[in-house]
Design a protein around this ligand. Sequence first.
Ligand SMILES: Cc1cc2nc3c(=O)[nH]c(=O)nc-3n(C[C@H](O)[C@H](O)[C@H](O)COP(=O)(O)O)c2cc1C
Length: 485
Amino acid sequence: MRAPGIKRGRRAATLSARLSAHVTLEARADGNIVACLGGYLVGFGQFGAGAAAGAQELRRGWPLSSFASERRSVEKEIHLLVRRLARHGLLEYSLGRPHGEDQVVIEPQLPDYWPQTPPLGNADVLVLSRFAYMRRRANEMVLESPRAGALFRICNPQIAAALATLSSPQQVKQLRRRDGFPGLELLALLVDCQILFKVDAARDSGLRPAEGDDNLILWDFHDLLFHARSTEGRHANPLGGTYPYAGVMAPLPAVRPRWPGKRVHLRKFSAAQPEAISPAAKLLRARHSTRSFDDRRPITLAELSRFLDGTARVQTRFSSSAYDGGPLVAYAPRPYPSGGGSYELELYLAVDTCEGLARGFYHYDAGGHALVPISVRPHEFDALLRGAQFAMDAPTAPQILITIAARFGRVSWKYSSIAYALVLKDVGALMQTFYLMANDLGLGGCAIGISNIDLFAKMTGIDFHIEGPVGQFAIGRGMKTEPSD
Ligand SMILES: Cc1cc2nc3c(=O)[nH]c(=O)nc-3n(C[C@H](O)[C@H](O)[C@H](O)COP(=O)(O)O)c2cc1C
């Protein structure tokens, strides 16, 4: 079966869905359609013979407009298959002239991305988001934004030039008259991805930092990009310990080669007798990561209470002026250090097994030293625990997974350029505090470097740029014979 053609003489670009380059589709004799990617197989269910033949057309592209009418059952089936492939991130979308070269290719970054074209009128005024940027990737030019559900490969330099004019607000009517007008559909797709936004002429000049969301005022460009690209959930790049340069160069040495100067030896000042070592130094030396937990002996609610009391409970409260004549700022210090005394970190607990506490998702109320249950969808709760288990390469899920989330605005309200870096440094300080308290209580713990900001947003209903995960920590009662790592 061939993909529906486009009427002769129609010059508008067509938006088509097609398989990403690394994916192949196989129609099995029993009607099952299977995708192969990097040695993995993903099944998509049984389809009729027409749909199976049509599926092969997905290598070249299937116009999305054909799904609007769907008079034939084959088209209905292909639409279903395309939606399923999209949900697995196996598709890209091409905008181009029929049978011509690609003008723009859309690469989804979020698993649930589907191209949308909100209506645009001649009177609408558009401008580029201050979070959008264009850069070279290999031999291509890509237009991206940490807010966008997809990135746009700009294949035609004229389109890049036309988009550059949108650094200042432009009326659609004027844009349409310009040479190299990229087409209304592309503009609408970019509006949907928040790479372009509509200016409310009555309210502002179009250069407002908020872009329709007051919580964006507090973000610097580089901080939002760093947050979205260095966590899981809002991009489709390789993530975690993938050893991308193992075949290119040798690893750096574990200890830095010495500087050439004459050394001042410190050994003679260190305590010779182990019993002379302070309790704090002993605790530091005993600290280690635990990844296997004893499911027959779960952590108890009393232990969890002591753990949170010792690491994260608000100890006192005070207020002071931000600066001479400035607004009064409230502070709530906790046991670990925090840049500027911001204490922007919040703790969310995914409790799998804890004696005396029901399985579920909780927020730690650090002021009241209490746990507040949050109702979440079971499959998302399980995905959170499974992700931690995978990150630790552990045999089972942790008894309790603590997600460390940041209220970013608490820090960026004060600090320019360094806000997000400060948040990550605070996470490090809190992680070490967790490790020491877990060891002190005879519990096991392990820091986890990856967090899924999209999953957390779905679970809590909080947008990723308002409050979101910046670290995770697993705790529980460790197995007696914890293998060293
Ligand atoms: C920021 C940070 C991120 C970490 N991420 C992970 C992780 O994702 N998975 C894991 O198994 N261990 C993780 N760890 C634990 C380290 O692997 C561990 O601290 C290191 O190997 C030293 O071992 P030790 O903690 O037992 O002394 C992390 C530690 C830190 C500080």
